[in-house]
Design a protein around this ligand. Structure first.
Ligand SMILES: *Cc1c(COP(=O)(O)O)cnc(C)c1O
Length: 398
């Protein structure tokens, strides 16, 4: 990334110019599956990768490439390749590098789907998985030092927004010769750039903050060209390609990424502070709060604390059942990162694949509510929660 240009300017302009045609000011959505060549030699050169161009939509597409170029610029990466979903980005990246007999070290608090890959799919391919306590840096370092192919991290985590020290983990990984991968979906390229701290690959579910409007699925991985080429090759053959329309919607959404994330981070901080004053609230989880166990690490590696927070309520599931339907300005949905505030119980959303016992082991109370702050006025979000809490408190007292 050109260090003299601000991230907001890059969000608007990066990845656009090369793809503009006919004087259009916006990147076109190219839906064509294949590309015509009258010159047989040129066709051959493009097909073998000697000359730039497109052959077939499962491999490359101009709209999709514009999206990849924007993301890679924002993450300060040499290259990026995209996928149909965030989970496709994660599973294809892991499958590119892991072979039977290999070992991967990660944390217990990864995204529910990622956790399933670790506990269900990798072990049946004779890949050893070691999941450490999230935030226990000594344990992770000790496990990595025993030798592993990949150290896989996610910070902040979903849903209890735990923080891992990226720089420290990148060093541990490097010493052991492991590939260090960070899922930066919650961090966003605006608030956190893991490549700056020495990790090898950064993954996003583009479905969330990058797109920002909950209307397109996508995933992306950024890093050095040599690594990205290997991942791209696996993806082009296995076929989890991003759709051009999804790429266009995400590209458009990303033009306001910096504005949205700034507002979402502000709203999350305000809401977290308000929730701390509510009698019915047991605990508030937000890395921006000074009492968060890794607040200092978050301050060090993040430019903003993000739009995600969670809180647990007294009375568990019963209270959740009463409270959430009372909110006027929130979707009760499994998504996050959109312009609208979205709420959901962790037991129904991020960790629905786990049993109550597994959730308890992961430190996720049944009464935990995840909030993805939107870009509404923070006063209105807080007022909405206030009136909902008042109704529930009244009902409980009757
Ligand atoms: C949603 C999410 C994913 C998976 O992304 P999809 O686009 O839903 O496949 C991965 N990691 C994190 C942190 C997420 O929030």
């Amino acid at each position: 990334m050109n260090k003299n240009i601000h991230v907001g300017t890059e969000a608007v302009w990066a990845g656009e110019k090369e793809y503009l045609v006919h004087g259009a000011t916006q990147v076109p959505v190219v839906l064509s599956v294949a590309y015509n060549y009258d010159d047989m030699d040129e066709w051959y050169d493009v097909a073998i990768g000697k000359k730039k161009g497109h052959i077939y939509g499962r491999n490359t597409n101009p709209t999709v490439q514009a999206f990849e170029d924007k993301v890679k610029t924002l993450e300060g990466a040499e290259a990026a390749t995209s996928f149909s979903t965030g989970m496709a980005a994660i599973s294809n990246t892991l499958a590119t590098f892991l072979l039977p007999g290999d070992r991967i070290v990660s944390i217990k608090d990864t995204y529910g789907g990622t956790n399933k890959i670790f506990t269900e799919f990798l072990p049946r391919q004779q890949i050893e998985v070691t999941l450490c306590e999230t935030g226990d840096h000594e344990q992770i370092e000790a496990e990595v030092a025993k030798g592993c192919k990949i150290l896989y991290l996610e910070t902040p985590t979903n849903p209890t927004v735990k923080i891992t020290d990226i720089k420290r983990m990148a060093e541990a990984g490097k010493q052991a010769g492991a590939l260090v991968i960070v899922d930066n979906t919650f961090g966003t390229p605006i608030n956190q750039n893991p490549l700056e701290f020495g990790v090898d690959l950064v993954i996003h579910s583009a479905t969330k903050f990058l797109g920002g409007h909950a209307d397109a699925l996508g995933g992306v991985v950024c890093g050095e060209s040599t690594l990205i080429e290997k991942i791209y090759h696996y993806r082009e053959i296995n076929g989890a390609t991003m759709d051009p329309m999804a790429a266009y919607l995400t590209l458009r959404g990303m033009k306001t990424l910096h504005l949205r994330v700034r507002e979402q981070s502000h709203n999350a901080m305000e809401l977290a502070q308000y929730l701390k004053t509510v009698g019915l609230v047991e605990e508030v989880y937000y890395p921006g709060l000074p009492e968060h166990p890794h607040h200092n690490i978050a301050k060090e590696q993040m430019k903003g604390f993000g739009g995600m927070l969670s809180f647990s309520v007294k009375g568990g599931v019963e209270t959740v059942r009463g409270l959430l339907p009372k909110l006027q300005f929130a979707h009760r949905a499994a998504n996050l990162g959109a312009v609208e505030t979205t709420v959901g119980p962790a037991r129904t959303t991020s960790h629905v694949e786990c049993t109550p016992e597994e959730r308890a082991a992961m430190g996720i109370p049944e009464g935990l509510i995840r909030v993805s702050c939107g870009i509404e006025a923070s006063e209105d979000i807080i007022h909405d929660f206030k009136q909902a809490f008042e109704q529930v408190t009244t009902t409980l007292e009757v």
